[in-house]
Design a protein around this ligand. Structure first.
Ligand code: V47
Length: 382
């Protein structure tokens, strides 16, 4: 069979797994893959063929461009009521090692640790039993005042649902208040795996999968774009993974509000699931590729370098990913769970990773608009 991409001539699709042939035909024709196709992709041992197909789709959509940004993560508190078994970051109130940033401290942290102008603050934290809704609104509006050009990507769907309850308001009301305070878009965390069976094991006190999706739907309808994640490599099976992808795809058909899908490899160290082995390279690249193939309505697939290592993120740029995230500066969630990656990377390191993967680096803002940089400032193309 001969397949070709829009971006450049492609040679022939080859596989030693005959089950992939009908899927390759569908991908070539631009047809949507179904549940059984998804399971077949996960079960295939021919990761190169799966990656070849995903790369074809990726090049059809983005050519050789690979996106990155200059961002900073801020985690205002690690105090969390949820006690998720998957997590090594959250701590119960009163336990050793808890912290909660005073507002001044959070604003100061935002401006520290990096000399290049940041275009995005990524803000997520624990579900703190006592911090009032106003703390988070003041945090955001204070950041906007101090850094008016910086895009604020803040609060997962899980935090939104929790904060709405604490502030005694509906989810649309909470989202509107967040927007008014200066939240520009939302990160994709907290999605984990939507299937109830799995959620009961890894994060049983969080909102359920349906609530996560409904909150995302509401945010999109209020004009807030968001990302979507999927935590893989723990107790989920192939069917749970495909179910997760299809439920995301269904919401996206309705709202078009998701920008990027980010598969997150489970890091077991210091979690209640520490007996589970780390994910392997094969699963990491396959997960990126299957995300690209199943989520035909998602513009971007991100291989988050912090999560899978810079080397694996670079390889992923040939397996369906078009984005490797950003400089991050300071990362706590995976490092508490045993990640050995650096806490942050320089802009030049990201550019090098992308260039050496044979891709063309494109500095984006959070909404994927081009960023042009001068010495200590930046401009976004609108
Ligand atoms: O929601 C927590 C995951 C997420 C562990 O939107 C863990 O651009 C692995 O969502 N092992 C937070 N994963 C991070 C996140 C994210 C990261 C980068 C970019 C974006 C984006 C979003 O981290 C949590 C949870 O799913 N997580 N603990 C762990 N032990």
């Amino acid at each position: 069979m001969s397949l070709s991409s829009g971006a450049r001539p492609r040679h022939s699709f080859q596989t030693d797994d005959p089950a992939l042939l009908p899927i390759a035909e569908k991908v070539q024709r631009g047809e949507r893959l179904d549940f059984d196709d998804g399971v077949t992709l996960y079960r295939s041992g021919d990761v190169l063929a799966v990656g070849w197909l995903a790369n074809m789709v990726r090049e059809r959509m983005h050519g050789d461009v690979a996106y990155f940004n200059v961002n900073r993560h801020i985690n205002p508190t690690n105090v969390c009521m949820a006690s998720c078994r998957l997590c090594a970051f959250g701590r119960k109130k009163g336990e050793d090692g808890t912290y909660t940033m005073a507002l001044e401290e959070a604003w100061e942290t935002a401006g520290s640790g990096y000399s290049e102008a940041i275009t995005e603050f990524h803000i997520v934290g624990g579900l703190h039993p006592d911090l009032p809704f106003e703390y988070f609104m003041d945090l955001v509006s204070g950041l906007k005042q101090r850094f008016p050009k910086v895009h604020i990507k803040a609060f997962t769907m899980v935090e939104v649902a929790f904060l709405a309850k604490r502030g005694k308001m509906t989810i649309p009301q909470a989202l509107q208040r967040m927007k008014d305070a200066g939240v520009d878009s939302m990160p994709g965390g907290g999605a984990e795996i939507f299937a109830d069976r799995v959620r009961h094991i890894i994060c049983d006190h969080k909102i359920d999968g349906g609530e996560w999706l409904e909150t995302a739907r509401t945010a999109h309808k209020l004009g807030l774009r968001s990302n979507a994640t999927m935590l893989y490599g723990h107790v989920e099976n192939d069917e749970d993974r495909v179910d997760h992808l299809l439920r995301l795809r269904e919401v996206q058909d309705d709202t078009g509000g998701f920008q990027t899908f980010i598969p997150l490899a489970f890091h077991p160290d210091h979690t209640a699931l520490a007996h589970i082995p780390r994910t392997t390279g094969m699963l990491d690249v396959k997960q990126i590729a299957i995300g690209r193939l199943m989520l035909d309505n998602f513009p971007h697939i991100k291989s988050y370098w912090q999560m899978v290592s810079p080397k694996m993120a670079q390889v992923a740029l040939r397996f369906g990913a078009d984005d490797i995230d950003g400089t991050v500066v300071e990362e706590k969630i995976y490092h508490d769970a045993g990640a050995t990656t650096p806490q942050g990377m320089r802009r030049a390191d990201l550019v090098r990773l992308i260039t050496e993967a044979g891709r063309v680096p494109f500095e984006r803002d959070t909404l994927y608009r081009a960023v042009t940089r001068s010495e200590d400032s930046f401009t976004v193309a609108v």
